[in-house]
Design a protein around this ligand. Structure first.
Ligand code: ZN
Length: 385
């Protein structure tokens, strides 16, 4: 078990911001001006703004019509879908008790904790995935324990979804790089548990996902047309580096994972997999143009349709990346159809992402609707209202 000093690595990701969205479009602004009941500050304003976003094209109707549409948009019926939302199964917390901080907030997590936060943030459904800081390397030693932890995690998550299928979904986990164990868990998670997809990590110890050892796993996931949510991790190459906080390694590992999947030919070999990456792509987002320009010509046969083609198929969430810099850069790479709402709750709180999203002026009302819900409905048809 190789895991470094967690204090140094910190919790998970990066940074915060403020309100706007009404400045996002004339249509939305005209609705707000014509509606004297428009909240002007705080949570009620955020809620109203989110309703506007969910109303999407409806917000472009004349003021009286738009207000009718907004009135129909309630939290419980048409809220956002959060694809980056973590769970901490009690059995996993117990198994990792000696490795995680005694003060780790997720020690006291329960579905009720998430539901309370989701209700306040106008989130209808969250797709649950493992917490990287809790799981660490526990899935990766090819042991029976690793297989058992993956199974317990997935059984627990599936029960949460069975209890509230309208409010939760499940990204099941796999004991990578144990290929035989992972293949068995794929079948169990999809056929028995009816998982919505898989929550994987951008690296497992010293291996990025394009490593040849993972090829049978990705081929099976492609055959099953799986949705894969890749959460950042710390590769063994880059743990405890002197003089660095370690914080940016999550974002850099995301870029490396995509590079690895690209160079290995996994992206082009598995066209039916839906790949989701977090935090608007992390470092990938600014590196993508260079990756396109400088992809080694001697490996061109691994990317027959071209690098840009493969990048445009990827999905990205907004967690901790609602600022203009990452979102504008992301929009240069993919269309809005590939952007999904994500929050990183309960590691982080909703306002960390939401305050910045509300200040972001780069999406039209219809695009907000797609980001908040529509794009995720395409990936998870069972959530279609
Ligand atoms: Zn996260």
């Amino acid at each position: 078990m190789v895991w470094p000093n967690t204090q140094k690595l910190g919790t998970e990701d990066c940074e915060p911001m403020r309100d706007r969205i009404l400045a996002n479009g004339d249509a939305a602004a005209s609705v707000s001006h014509s509606n004297s009941a428009t909240p002007t500050s705080g949570a009620s304003r955020r809620e109203f703004l989110t309703s506007l976003a969910v109303a999407g094209a409806g917000a472009m109707l004349p003021a009286s019509g738009a207000i009718t549409v907004i009135a129909q948009v309630t939290r419980s019926t048409r809220g956002r879908i959060d694809v980056h939302h973590h769970m901490a199964p009690p059995s996993y917390v117990k198994a990792m008790d000696r490795e995680i901080a005694p003060t780790a907030a997720y020690r006291n997590w329960s579905p009720a904790v998430s539901l309370e936060k989701m209700d306040k943030a106008n989130v209808a459904t969250s797709i649950l995935s493992p917490i990287q800081g809790l799981v660490r390397d526990s899935l990766s030693d090819r042991s029976e324990r690793a297989r058992s932890l993956a199974r317990q995690n997935n059984d627990y998550g599936a029960q949460v979804v069975r209890d509230r299928p309208d409010r939760f979904g499940l990204f099941a986990t796999l004991p990578m790089p144990d290929v035989e164990g992972s293949l068995k868990e794929i079948a169990y998670a999809l056929d028995t548990l009816k998982a919505d997809g898989f929550g994987l990590f951008t690296s497992y110890l010293d291996k990025w996902p394009g490593d040849p050892v993972f090829a049978p796993v990705f081929d099976e996931l492609n055959r099953r047309r799986a949705v894969l949510f890749f959460h950042p991790a710390h590769h063994t190459c880059c743990r405890d580096m002197a003089g660095l906080t370690g914080t940016i390694e999550f974002d850099i590992d995301t870029a490396r994972a995509i590079d690895s999947l690209l160079l290995s030919g996994t992206l082009s070999r598995c066209p039916d997999v839906k790949f989701i990456f977090t935090h608007a792509g992390g470092a990938f987002t600014t590196l993508a143009p260079r990756m396109i320009d400088d992809f080694p010509k001697r490996f061109a046969d691994r990317v027959p349709r071209g690098v840009e083609y493969e990048f445009k198929k990827l999905y990205f969430d907004t967690a901790h990346a609602g600022a203009a810099a990452p979102l504008d850069a992301l929009k240069d790479i993919v269309s809005t159809s590939q952007v999904l709402y994500g929050s990183d709750v309960p590691i982080r709180e909703y306002p960390l992402t939401d305050d910045k999203l509300e200040a972001y002026g780069g999406f039209s009302p219809a695009e907000w609707q797609a980001v908040n819900r529509g794009n995720a409905e395409r990936l998870f048809p069972r959530l279609k209202a």
